[in-house]
Write a protein that binds this ligand. Structure first.
Ligand SMILES: [Zn+2]
Length: 446
């Protein structure tokens, strides 16, 4: 074999075949060799992992709100992608809302790309948005390279990204079916929530009652039936209610093209343990009871849930209403991009899951759902996006030491297992103090 640029030698490498001692050869940013550990290979640079380290595929986080431009005080491309790299995430896909303009037409995508250019420490892709009145923009956005389209069925939290009415969602799915694009949906039913008691004050229990499981269950059922009717591919975002798992399973058995993600916070925390006024835990749909969390873990174990992605949705400390702890008024969104891998690993290993499962949930499947066929796996022909992970080292999460813009996270003070020692992007070690080297991706380009 011709000389390699880079060679990793590690006692523990996570591949599709499981965990094994391997040598991973890289040329021109691409994995070209997956060989036994002591294989006779030569390279310009050799990286030998420590006995306490595991080589994982770089994570693909397909659910990140960068909020830039327009709400840059909430987050930005440089801070978000630094946090990603520090957390072992080598690709993010940015959500179309909370930035201004929202990514609902090709011109807005150009604005977003111009903003991100020169600031990305990891690779960045973009979701488009489906909102009332932009049906005719969807094809142009698709052609301009978005990975798919996000829609809401209820108020999104920002006025410039309104929800679709049921008939509008059906029209959008029919349109997307014509060019086989993916619709990703925030599935909570507005009418259920309108009739639930409103969230007020510092009581988490009251907040939870304001966003009942029934709102998610009904919305997921609605999305399933529209996907069945139109044939469009759909993806359920941030599933919290485990009640919806059996219907997702049965729809898939029927041939409905549906995938689903959940998030580290639904797999880590429980409503019972959230203190009065602890608004860093507020997100929508909400973190539910411990029994629900365990059902979500079973959904991961049996393959019903495809992906675990962050839904990193930060804001300023003021908007989290940390002073009053009012769950009704606080922004709903959890900041966790840098901590997703240790958070999930901490809970996964407690339940007997190996790192191969975590890599599938957080790298392999999200890459597939987002159409990134060259990412998310350590395999020949894939990009050399890698994470050096020390799974047995523990640390206490400290919000002041995270790289995202505002020092707020519900993981603050929590002991987590697993330290990211390095991230590699297309065969180069990511240096978050150096110049950014991430690329802005078009759909299917990587
Ligand atoms: Zn989100």
């Amino acid at each position: 074999m011709a000389r390699l640029d880079l060679l990793f030698r590690a006692r523990r490498v996570v591949t599709d075949a499981g965990e094994a001692a391997r040598s991973i050869g890289v040329r021109d940013g691409t994995i070209v060799a997956v060989e036994p550990l002591e294989a006779d290979l030569a390279a310009a640079e050799v990286v030998r992992l420590g006995d306490d380290e595991v080589l994982l595929p770089g994570l693909v986080d397909s659910h990140v709100h960068v909020n830039d431009p327009g709400r840059t005080e909430w987050e930005g491309f440089a801070s978000a992608t630094r946090a990603a790299a520090a957390g072992g995430v080598t690709t993010i896909v940015d959500m179309p809302l909370n930035s201004v303009p929202p990514t609902t037409d090709a011109a807005a995508l150009r604005v977003k790309r111009a903003t991100a250019r020169g600031q990305a420490y990891v690779d960045v892709g973009f979701w488009g948005g489906a909102v009332p009145g932009n049906l005719r923009e969807l094809r142009g956005l698709h052609d301009a390279g978005v990975f798919g389209f996000k829609s809401f069925l209820l108020h999104s939290g920002v006025p410039e990204f309104p929800p679709l009415e049921p008939a509008e969602l059906a029209d959008a799915l029919r349109e997307l079916r014509a060019f086989d694009a993916l619709m990703i949906v925030h599935a909570e039913d507005p009418h259920v929530i309108d009739h639930a008691p409103p969230a007020r004050g510092a009581s988490y229990r009251d907040f939870l009652r304001s966003r009942p499981r029934g709102a998610e269950n009904l919305a997921v059922a609605h999305v399933i039936e529209l996907a069945r009717r139109t044939g469009c591919r759909v993806h359920i975002l941030h599933l919290s209610s485990s009640d919806a798992l059996p219907m997702i399973r049965s729809a898939r058995d029927d041939g409905v093209r549906i995938t689903v993600e959940t998030c580290p916070h639904y797999l880590t925390f429980s409503a019972e343990e959230i203190a009065e006024g602890a608004t860093p835990f507020k997100c929508c749909p909400p973190i539910r009871e411990a029994a629900n969390r365990e059902s979500l873990w079973r959904g991961l174990a049996d393959g019903t849930i495809d992906c675990v992605v962050s839904d990193h949705s930060p804001c300023t400390p003021e908007l989290k209403r940390l002073d009053t702890g009012d769950f009704g008024l606080a922004w709903g969104g959890i900041a966790s991009l840098q901590l997703g891998l240790p958070a999930v690993w901490t809970e996964a290993r407690r339940r007997g899951h190996p790192l191969t499962d975590v890599a599938r949930w957080m790298a392999g499947r999200p890459a597939q759902v987002a159409g990134l066929s060259g990412k998310g796996r350590i395999a020949p022909g894939h990009q050399a996006d890698l994470c050096v992970f020390a799974p047995d080292e523990t640390f206490v999460a400290d919000q002041d030491r995270l790289h995202h813009r505002n020092p707020v996270t519900p993981y603050h003070g929590r002991t987590l297992a697993g330290v990211v020692r390095a991230s590699w992007l297309r065969g180069e070690r990511v240096d978050i103090d150096g110049p950014p080297r991430g690329r802005l991706l078009n759909r299917g380009e990587a």
